[in-house]
Ligand binder design. Structure first.
Ligand code: ATP
Ligand code: MG
Length: 433
C-alpha cells in the first residue's frame, strides 16, 4: 500500500499513442532556446504570452523536479500544505501590498472594486493561518511549504518558461523565536537549495541581492550563468563570491573582496531566492508568541522560493545542443528511448518488432521508464531526429542490422558514439546505467 503512489504512475509509453507531436520548425517569434525546444518537442503548449500548458511529456519533467524539491524540503523539516490562489484584500492591506503593480486583481461582475488578488506570494496568508496555531515558544520553530501556481502581472513575459504570468512556485516559509534560530535555518535552506539545483543538473551561484517588495534587508539568490538570463551578477572566478549588479559596487575585472580572485560580470537566471523577513509580516499581522519568560514577542520569519517552470527552462538552456535537449537523468521524462526501426522484409520486420516488444516489457519489469518509438510510418531519420530533440538520456535501437549481431545499439544522448550490446544483456546493461 505505501508504494501505491509510486507504482500507480505510468512508467511506459508507446510513442504512437503519445499526445503531442514534435514540430520541425521553431515556433514563430521565440528567441530563447527553452521556448523553441520545449514547444517543438511537445513538452509544453503556449496558450498566451507567458502562459503555458504542460503536455504529458513536459508534465513528467515538472513532476520529477517537484519530487526533488519535496525530498529536500522534507529533509529540512518542511511540512507541505496547500493554500488558496484567491487572496482576499484583507490579507494584503495590513502589509501595504494590496494594489501593487505585480498583482492581478479579480473582480466579480457586480463589484465596483476588486476584493481579491490572484496569489503572487503567500507571506500574508500563511502568517494569518499561523496566528491560529503559534502561541508559545513551544510551537516554534516551524516551516511550511507549498507547490502552487502563482500569478503575476509580468509585462515582460518572454523567454519561454523563464518568465511567466502564471507559473509554478515552491514557496517555503519558516517561523522562529529568535534571530539565531532563524539564521541556523536560513543556512539549512541554503544547503537544501544547493542540493536541489545540483540534483537537477545545474550549478547555481549563491548571490547577495536586494529584497524588492518582500523585505528591506539583503536577500540571497541562486543564479545560473546563462546568456539568456535577465539578471547580471558580479562573480569571482575563484571563490564564487557573487553579488547582483542591482546592489553591487563591484566591477568587471576587479579584484574579489573575499579572496583576491578576479570578478567577472555575467548574465544569469535567478532560479531561487531566499529572504530574511525579520518581523515585517508578524508585526503587520500581529503574529506573536509567549517566550520562556512569559513575554510576548513577534515571530521572526523567512521565506524561500523556487520557480519550477523557470528551473525546467533553465535546465534546457544549459543542457542542449543544436539537435535538441539533453535532459539530466534526474529530471528526464523517461530513462530510455527504445526505437524500433522498420524494414521492407516482412518476416524480418516481425522479428524486430517481437524483440523490441520483449525488451520494452523487460525494461518495464525492472522499473525502467521507457518511451517506445513503435511508430510504423516514420523513417529512421525522423525517429533519430525526434530522439535527439526529446533528449531522453539513453537511446536504444533495434533494427534488422542490430539483430544480425543478436544485439541492440545503445547510445547516450550526451555522447557521440554508440555501443552494440547483446540482446540477452540489454536489460541488465541498461538497468546498471
Ligand atoms: P524576478 O526577479 O525574476 O522577477 P522575483 O525576485 O520577483 O523574480 P521571487 O518572488 O523571488 O521572484 O520568486 C521566487 C522564485 O520564483 C524565483 O527565484 C524564480 O525562480 C521564480 N519566479 C519568479 N517570477 C517568475 C516568473 N515570472 N516566471 C517564472 N518563475 C518565476
Ligand atoms: Mg527574486
Amino acid at each position: 500500500m505505501i508504494f501505491s503512489l509510486f507504482f500507480s504512475r505510468i512508467t511506459k509509453m508507446r510513442q504512437s499513442q503519445l499526445f503531442g507531436k514534435t514540430l520541425r520548425e521553431d515556433p514563430k517569434d521565440e528567441v530563447a532556446a527553452n521556448a523553441k525546444l520545449l514547444e517543438r518537442g511537445g513538452f509544453v503548449h503556449k496558450n498566451s504570452a507567458g502562459i503555458y500548458s504542460y503536455l504529458p511529456l513536459g508534465w513528467r519533467v515538472l513532476q520529477k523536479i517537484a519530487k526533488i524539491i519535496r525530498e529536500e524540503m522534507d529533509a529540512i523539516g518542511g511540512q507541505e500544505l496547500f493554500m488558496p490562489a484567491l487572496v482576499e484584500r484583507k490579507y494584503m492591506e495590513p502589509t501595504g501590498r494590496w494594489g501593487v503593480e505585480i498583482g492581478l486583481e479579480v473582480k466579480g461582475k457586480d463589484e465596483k472594486e476588486a476584493s481579491f488578488v490572484l496569489g503572487w506570494t503567500h507571506e500574508e496568508v500563511l502568517t494569518a493561518i499561523a496566528k491560529h496555531f503559534i502561541n508559545s515558544y513551544k510551537d516554534l520553530p516551524t516551516a511550511l511549504y507549498q507547490i502552487q501556481t502563482k500569478f503575476r502581472n509580468e509585462p515582460r513575459a518572454k523567454s519561454g518558461l523563464l518568465r511567466g504570468r502564471e507559473f509554478m512556485m515552491k514557496d517555503l516559509y519558516s517561523f522562529h523565536a529568535d534571530e539565531k534560530d532563524f539564521e541556523g535555518y536560513y543556512a539549512k535552506v541554503k544547503d537544501a537549495y544547493n542540493k536541489i539545483f545540483r540534483r537537477a543538473g545545474l550549478k547555481a551561484v549563491y548571490t547577495l541581492a536586494a529584497g524588492g517588495v518582500f523585505t528591506e534587508s539583503n536577500t540571497h539568490e541562486f543564479q545560473v550563468a546563462a546568456p539568456v538570463g535577465e539578471d547580471t551578477i558580479l562573480v569571482c572566478t575563484d571563490c564564487e563570491y557573487a553579488e547582483n549588479k542591482e546592489i553591487s559596487h563591484l566591477k568587471d575585472g576587479e579584484q574579489c573582496p573575499k579572496c583576491k580572485g578576479k570578478i567577472q560580470e555575467k548574465s544569469a537566471i535567478e532560479v531561487g531566492n531566499i529572504f530574511p523577513l525579520g518581523t515585517k509580516y508578524s508585526e503587520a499581522l500581529d503574529l506573536r508568541f509567549i517566550d520562556e519568560k512569559g513575554d510576548k514577542k513577534h515571530v521572526i520569519m523567512g521565506s524561500y522560493g523556487i520557480g519550477l517552470g523557470r528551473l525546467m527552462g533553465t535546465i534546457v538552456e544549459i543542457h542542449k545542443d543544436d539537435k535538441g535537449i539533453i535532459w539530466p537523468e534526474s529530471v528526464a521524462p523517461f530513462g530510455v528511448h527504445l526505437i524500433e526501426l522498420g524494414t521492407k522484409n516482412e518476416e524480418l520486420g516481425k522479428k524486430v518488432k517481437k524483440e523490441a516488444e520483449d525488451l520494452y516489457d523487460g525494461l518495464i519489469a525492472k522499473g525502467v521508464e521507457v518511451l517506445y518509438d513503435d511508430r510504423a510510418e516514420k523513417t529512421a531519420g525522423e525517429k533519430f531526429a525526434d530522439a535527439d530533440l526529446l533528449g531522453i538520456p539513453w537511446r536504444v535501437v533495434i533494427s534488422e542490422k542490430t539483430l544480425k549481431e543478436k544485439s541492440v545499439e545503445i547510445k547516450k544522448r550526451s555522447a557521440g558514439n554508440a555501443e552494440l550490446v547483446k540482446l540477452t544483456e540489454a536489460v541488465q546493461t541498461l538497468t546498471k546505467k
